[in-house]
Design a binder for this molecule. Structure first.
Ligand code: ATR
Length: 280
């Protein structure tokens, strides 16, 4: 009898199994790297999530991405790293021996995208982050880890910005949403983590005139690809980092953990996902 080994496979766990770009990204890397492997979409309802995750290997998977609404549960059911713990949510799971580990790859997705598109962005004292949800926590954790001295956070609901300052300590400074314009002249990096500017939402209505000329502007929104904020920043000649870049960069680590090769974010991959977004 000839022994056969099944190709390694990872999956995306969500409910409903949302229209995610992760399969497109991971299938591209499997194909271009010539790796025989799989990436499935698994629609798992909340009541079935614990069973599925705790027996991920028995279900045939070496790891997984986790998306809405399971990211917080995933943290509780696995051994999370510092990033997942700080963000309060896990989006990438893998095995170390028999232990199911987790991280939150939004942190490196954000930072690596800046490194790829706006080299030297970190030579700043002050960053200004708009929003105080899960995405904001990933951004703030990444900025602090990178050594940024001061991170100002403005949020429509001020209490959530205050809570982030409590969580992350003295380098994080909450400011009132109405005071954003006063913080702009010192901001070497401006990051939008709110849903403002997203298709169907109002634009983020701030005047970028007072940002320093060497500032970098990042937007986590990627539908549309060019948000009004990014358009305004580009019109001023500022460097920018967009949400699609972050989405692509956050996928790298999972692939590497599951399939053993570190894939690249290529212009071809970007074009593939851009085309998919256009047809959505
Ligand atoms: P995520 O996990 O993607 O960060 P979230 O936790 O729902 O999502 O956070 C959404 C962010 O967008 C919040 O900072 C939210 O502000 P509030 O905390 O005040 O709700 C922000 N946001 C959404 N709609 C907004 C609006 N119309 N004006 C300003 N901020 C808005």
């Amino acid at each position: 009898m000839v022994a056969t080994t099944k190709p390694r496979a990872a999956c995306l766990i969500g409910w409903p199994a949302a229209h995610s770009r992760s399969p497109l990204i991971h299938h591209y890397w499997l194909r271009t790297l010539g790796i025989e492997g799989g990436y499935n979409v698994e629609a798992v309802p909340p009541e079935g999530f614990a069973e599925f995750v705790l027996h991920l290997s028995a279900h045939g998977f070496v790891g997984a991405n986790v998306t809405i609404p399971h990211k917080e549960r995933a943290l509780a059911l696995t051994v999370p790293d510092d990033r997942a713990r700080a963000v309060g949510a896990a989006n990438t799971l893998w095995y170390e021996g028999s232990e199911l580990c987790s991280t939150n790859t939004d942190v490196e997705g954000f930072i690596n995208n800046l490194d790829a598109g706006a080299k030297g962005w970190d030579k700043i004292d002050d960053a200004l982050v708009l929003g105080a949800g899960g995405a904001s926590r990933a951004v703030i954790f990444g900025l602090l880890e990178r050594g940024i001295k001061r991170v100002q956070v403005a949020n429509r609901t001020n209490d959530r910005a205050l809570a982030l300052a409590d969580q992350f300590g003295e380098r994080v400074h909450p400011i009132a949403w109405e005071k954003i314009s006063e913080a702009l002249p010192n901001a070497g990096l401006l990051v939008n983590t709110t849903s403002l500017g997203m298709h169907g939402q109002p634009p983020l209505d701030i005047d970028l005139e007072s940002l320093p000329a060497q500032s970098v502007v990042a937007d986590l929104v990627y539908v549309p690809l060019q948000t009004p904020l990014l358009a305004a920043a580009r019109a001023r000649g500022l460097k920018t980092a967009d949400g699609l870049g972050m989405l692509l960069h956050q996928a790298v680590r999972g692939f590497e953990l599951w399939f053993g090769r570190r894939p690249e974010v290529t212009p071809e991959l970007r074009a593939l996902v851009e085309a998919d977004l256009e047809h959505a």
